[in-house]
Design a protein around this ligand. Sequence first.
Ligand code: ADP
Ligand code: GN1
Ligand code: MG
Length: 368
Amino acid sequence: MDRSITELMQIAEKFQIDGMIEQIRPHGNGHINDTYLLTCHSDSKKRHYILQRMNHDVFKDPKGLMENIIGVTTFLQKKITENGGNPEREALTVVCTQSRESYCRLEDGTYWRMYLFIEDATSYDAVENQNDFYESAVAFGHFQKLLEDYPAANLHETIPNFHNTVDRLAKFKIAVEKDVLKRAKDVQKEIQFVLDRSDDCHILCDMLSSGELPLRVTHNDTKLNNIMIDNATGKGICVIDLDTVMPGSALYDYGDSIRFGANTGAEDEKDLSKISCDLELFSLFTRGFTEGCEGSLTEKEIRMLPMGAKLMTLECGIRFLTDYLEGDCYFKIHRPEHNLDRCRTQFTMVQDMENKWEQMQAIVEQYL
Ligand code: ADP
Ligand code: GN1
Ligand code: MG
């Protein structure tokens, strides 16, 4: 829902902000929450904050979600301080409400939270230079390493079965069957693409349940724009968008980053000839991620990295197609066939990875 500046200011004033509000405007390109950048000033000093309306349709338990975020950010800040880092730049900081809550619920049933803005850093929507992608890999790997001893049992599952590809496949099949908008007839090729890969959807799930792959505390949404790159040093300074931090596989984090960042085209590119898996970026990310994980990945995990990349891409395509068939209720869209365009880029990327499979495997083997 579009809100007036006055309304947004009233919401912002419920939080412990420093100074007078000067400006508030929409910010970033996330697909899920409504994000605003707040500028305040006190004694000629400017302060920035991120105000977010949490997507309550997607995250059914905002209280549990915020408990996770407080738990994880407190844990990270302690470790960052011990390591001599700057906890306010290298981790998210939740700004509490005047009544010292981590979020607030308005009378209209919407949920809001605030973070300190990470200054002098950028979240990129595409790889503009290779070093940023490499540094994002180191930072995502390091994030996982930092959370190695986080008590996973304390985490709420904010979206159950988030990367359970078998469950995603089942939900997709239901969407095809229901076909509420009668769109299925126009996307038969895409539907068949998924059905032809039904067996693949089981691979990671089976390996996690058999214990062949370890369960870790993972981020689960490691797109390049969920990391802040320091403007001065080019380092991945802070991992953001912690809504989906849950027990998962290292392959989810690795794979989702490859899906987005190693693609030569944008996630919603209409010209599919621009879509492919850039092996140089694939290799660079693999190097950065394994370095960031500091040797904690098992041999099996490393061997399965290409599969992580392929399945995260396939799964995301399945999710976009499911949302298209269900009437675009989940991901924000900015044009009528946006989810279909997104689905097509993902499937083109999967196809390209299948064509380059031996090369991808040879690359990851260098890191064994
Ligand atoms: P979504 O779940 O909708 O993707 P995010 O939490 O990723 O929401 O926020 C959307 C965008 O807002 C991010 O991609 C980033 O550009 C920006 N952003 C979010 N939090 C911060 C922060 N603390 N400091 C600076 N920028 C931020
Ligand atoms: C969403 O929230 P955002 O825009 O960082 C989604 C991811 C998808 C991604 C596709 C909670 O990420 O799972 O991979 O869009 N997040 C959620 O771009 O569903
Ligand atoms: Mg995001």
